[in-house]
Design a protein around this ligand. Structure first.
Ligand code: FAD
Length: 306
């Protein structure tokens, strides 16, 4: 353990119940891919204040850190992470004020969608079934079935780790693009503490029916029976990744424990014991074949953390 990690771990210990800390925690336990070696320090803050304090302390001690939402868009390296992974898993409160829904960074999109449905508020149905947290979804501009976070976001509360300043970011200030936002272009990365979504009054039965329909489409099309990190590549203009991969004969192609899904060729699934090395080798193979067949450069959506 290096000195900066030791200092951060000692701080967490002194914080008591508001932050729990684990040493050498395998990231395979915290990612939907079930892949990844140990993080030197794994922190789980239990309040928004403790979350902000943990990030600031990481900066102060000179510890490199990574913000973990639900881990559903990540490939943690087999070698692990030689810094602190700060998880939002325990920050899950959701509140409503009229048609404005506010959620802490770690609230799951599914629980946020259910809270909106229970209040007969429409607008978030598209996000039902995306297995991410609010923080991850705001950063990634998560989207599905014609909707995206930017369609409903009112503002987010951002912590700048460099200065400790907390700012309200308006929708425009997110500079949203396809699976892209200002959060992906700040260094050290800004932290989403919470986000608010502007919804509209709707019919609860219609909202429920839409959510069920979309969940059903996911079950039918996506290989939810195996660990994965969702679509591996961003959608290139004018092309469908799954179709190109399938037409290239790659469905079921396997390297080690990583396999191009038989059910949806845009997914790589972990068929058991896959390593990050297996996944990266498979990603490269797919990119090479698709480039050769279609002259298209595929760009990874999944984030490789090392
Ligand atoms: C089966 C399956 C289906 C999927 N379907 C879709 C889909 O339909 N549409 C879609 O868009 N995505 C989909 N995904 C991908 C993934 O669910 C989304 O990208 C999601 O938004 C990621 O959220 P997360 O909380 O899991 O973030 P993580 O994977 O934990 O992190 C993603 C990024 O966000 C950062 N981050 C997380 N929390 C914070 C925070 N509080 N502050 C700052 N940065 C933070 C991380 O550091 C990282 O850079 C799917 C994934 C799976 C496994």
């Amino acid at each position: 353990m290096n000195d900066s990690i030791r200092k951060l771990a000692a701080w967490a210990e002194a914080e008591g119940e508001t932050v729990s800390a684990l040493l050498d925690e395998p990231m395979s336990r915290h990612t939907s891919f079930r892949i990844g070696g140990p993080a030197a320090l794994f922190l789980v803050p239990r309040t928004r204040g403790a979350f902000a304090a943990a990030v600031k302390k990481a900066v102060e001690t000179g510890t490199r850190f990574f913000l973990l939402g639900n881990g559903s868009n990540l490939l943690f390296d087999d070698a692990g992470y030689d810094g602190a992974v700060i998880s939002t898993a325990a920050l899950d409160a959701v509140s409503l004020d009229g048609d404005l829904l506010t959620a802490e960074a770690g609230a799951s999109l599914s629980s946020v969608c259910k809270a909106a449905r229970d209040a007969s508020l429409t607008g978030l149905e598209f996000a039902y079934g995306i297995p991410g947290s609010v923080g991850g979804a705001v950063v990634m501009n998560a989207g599905a079935y014609g909707g995206e976070i930017r369609d409903v976001l009112e503002e987010s509360l951002a912590l700048d780790p460099a200065t400790g300043e907390i700012r309200r970011l308006t929708l425009e200030e997110h500079a949203y693009g396809y699976r892209d936002s200002v959060y992906k272009h700040t260094s050290p990365a800004w932290v989403v503490l919470a986000a608010s979504f502007r919804l509209r009054a709707g019919e609860r039965d219609e909202i429920t029916a839409k959510m069920n329909e979309l969940a059903g489409r996911r079950v039918a099309k996506q290989p939810l029976e195996y660990p994965s990190a969702g679509s591996v590549f961003k959608r290139p203009e004018g092309h469908f990744v799954g179709q190109m991969v399938e037409e290239s004969g790659l469905k079921g192609y396997r390297i080690g424990g990583a396999e191009v899904s038989e059910k949806h060729a845009g997914f790589i699934v972990n068929r058991g014991g896959a390593t990050s090395h297996d996944v990266l080798a498979l990603v490269e193979h797919i990119r090479d074949v698709v480039k050769r067949n279609y002259s298209v450069d595929l760009e990874c959506e999944i984030i490789h953390v090392k």
